[in-house]
Structure formats: structure tokens, C-alpha cells
Design a protein around this ligand. Sequence first.
Ligand code: THU
Length: 136
Amino acid sequence: MTDPQTAETAIPWDTLAATATEAMKRAYVPYSKFPVGVAALLDDGRIISGCNVENASYGLTLCAECALVSALAMSGGGRIRAFSCVDGEGNTLMPCGRCRQLLYEFRAPDMVLMTVSGIRTMDEVLPDAFGPQHLT
Ligand code: THU
């Protein structure tokens, strides 16, 4: 079991929140007016980010996490060690259920998230997850 406290010491949470807040400012949200920004620390030390992009066909909205996992693939792949999601005020926001699944796919074994109830492991925010392990 991962100890979130141990992980916390090595993770630049302030930088992640600031990067997510900068990404949030690029959100395209004419419909919901609810900008979201996300940032992740990867296992090789890189930090990537993303924002939400809405569409006139509302159901096609791309959550900020969609941009993040695309950025992950496009920048060479890797695993997410730590994740931060913020709203339009820069306050911590919980990733939606679908996006927890997106993040789960690319988690490092000790991945942690900043949440409204503190630092949580991936397993805590998506218990008993379905994942790649079920398809082998
Ligand atoms: N949204 C995200 O980008 N990520 C989440 O995890 C929660 C919701 C976006 C989608 C939509 O553009 C807006 O927030 C309101 O639902």
C-alpha cells in the first residue's frame, strides 16, 4: 500500500497547482463557463497539462483530462506520478468519474492525486478499477 505522506514529500504540489491554473486559463468553455485545468508530474520528471474544450454539440465536450492524456502520448508517453485538477478559481477540483478512468490507464504504481479531501491514491479515488489488467 502506498503511503501518501511519503509520496507527498517528493511532489511539487504548488507547481502542479500553478501549472493547472495556467492551463485552466486556456479552456474553451462558451457553454458551461466552467473552465478546468489539470497538470501531472510524470515518472521521468516532466510536467504536462490540459484544459477542457467544449463543443456546440454539448456531449462532445473534452474534459481537461482528455487533453492531458493526449499530451502524455504526444510528448513521448510515460506514467503519471501525481495529478492536480483546478476550477476557474484555481481551487482543487475532483476529476469526474470518466476522467478517473482515463488517469487510471496511465498511472504509476504509486500515483497520488490532490483532492478536496487531501492527497489520495488512485486506488482510493477509483477502487476496484477496471483496467488493462482485465484484458490480458
Ligand atoms: N470537466 C473537466 O474538464 N474535467 C473534469 O474532471 C470535470 C468536468 C469539464 C467538462 C465541462 O467542460 C465542464 O467541466 C463542466 O462540466
